[in-house]
Ligand binder design. Sequence first.
Ligand code: IMP
Length: 178
Amino acid sequence: MNTIQIKDKHFAISIKAEEIEKEVIRVANEINKDLAGENPLFLSVLNGSFMFTADLMKHITIPCEISFIKLASYQGVTSTGTIKEVIGINEDLVGRTVVIVEDIVDTGLTMQRLLETLGTRGIKDVYIASLLVKPEKLKVDLDIKYVAMRIPNDFIVGYGLDYDGYGRNYPDIYTVVD
Ligand code: IMP
């Protein structure tokens, strides 16, 4: 399937599943190397990162834990700027090495908010692993240690990412066509 339609929008395939897999494995290998002996806790940010998290974790070979959090801020095709609270951090994070697993960093405001929340919890180190980054859209200064792919400033769906709730199920990534 090279093109798809979701509601009023058309999308064309832009990153194939095989390419995503290759980059996800590369990121997993970097984490395995960097965080060996750290017993990291992966915090996967739902909903968008469910597919990335599942594929990434299959290639993490060091002892680790995983948990899921939610922090919704996005509707339609532009960031609303309104960021809701973080739900689901039940673990004791004191002294832990935490890896935030995110689908995409766009303006970076969501990630900044999450880092602020985590900042009060006595974490040893926190790292960001993002499937995608739109460097042109970044509004805040973020150190994103693990990035699978950098993409242009276009709206995308697939591989966990949605348009109004739809499109998360596709194994490939699609870019909106005007
Ligand atoms: P930020 O706060 O602007 O960095 O937005 C981050 C969140 O917006 C991500 O976790 C996604 O849920 C959503 N998002 C940003 N860009 C896209 C996109 O191109 N497609 C789908 N969702 C997106």
